[in-house]
Ligand binder design. Structure first.
Ligand SMILES: [Ca+2]
Length: 194
């Protein structure tokens, strides 16, 4: 809620307005702001499957599609915090990083932003579901993707794309696809546009 609106409420209610009411208006105002639908967006929270394995980010799933490939939270580069997610791939390697699934509104617009750098290429996809996780029911338009993968460089750059949720979509998750070499990702954001 804007300060002007709070002042209007104060005028209407006069002395009856309590501090609790002001706070409640401020809290509801904050809830109206679009929030990042991706948890652990900067890859700072990690989990270790075993002491021998490299740490992977909480709230994300890593899938190897073509070997050799690996992926882990890396201390070598970061835009914010201390860690980023690093795909380490050979020329033939391919891997997916999936966010945790989140609720979506049918036909709403979702803007995805992330920062990335490296020697390889990256692409952003959204997977849409009528129902997820169980029962698993895909939307008729199940996958939206960038037209082509983006070739990266050693400098961090922002990638952004907006997708429209299909009319039967209730759930979705983000898929980050890396190929052709080492790729770092940090500060991932998925927001519903007003
Ligand atoms: Ca980070």
């Amino acid at each position: 809620m804007k300060v002007r609106n709070i002042i209007t409420v104060l005028v209407i209610h006069g002395g009856c307005l309590t501090l609790a009411m002001i706070l409640s208006q401020l809290i509801s105002g904050a809830a109206d702001k679009p929030t990042n639908l991706v948890v652990n967006h900067s890859f700072e929270a990690v989990k270790r499957v075993s002491t021998a394995r490299k740490p992977i980010p909480e709230g994300w799933q890593f899938y190897i599609i073509a070997l050799p490939a690996e992926g882990y939270c890396d201390e070598g580069k970061a835009v914010t915090g201390k860690l980023s997610f690093k795909f380490s791939l050979s020329e033939k390697g391919k891997a997916f990083l999936h966010s945790r699934a989140f609720d979506v509104e049918p036909k709403a617009m979702y803007r995805i932003r992330l920062l990335s750098c490296g020697k390889g290429s990256i692409s952003i996809e959204m997977l849409w579901w009528q129902s997820y996780p169980a029962p698993l029911t895909q939307s008729k338009q199940h996958r939206d993707t960038m037209k082509e993968a983006v070739k990266l460089s050693d400098s961090w750059r922002t990638l952004e794309i907006t997708f429209k949720a299909p009319e039967d979509a209730k759930r979705a998750y983000l898929r980050i696809v890396a190929t052709d070499g080492d790729v770092w990702v940090d500060d991932v954001e998925v927001k519903a546009l007003p």
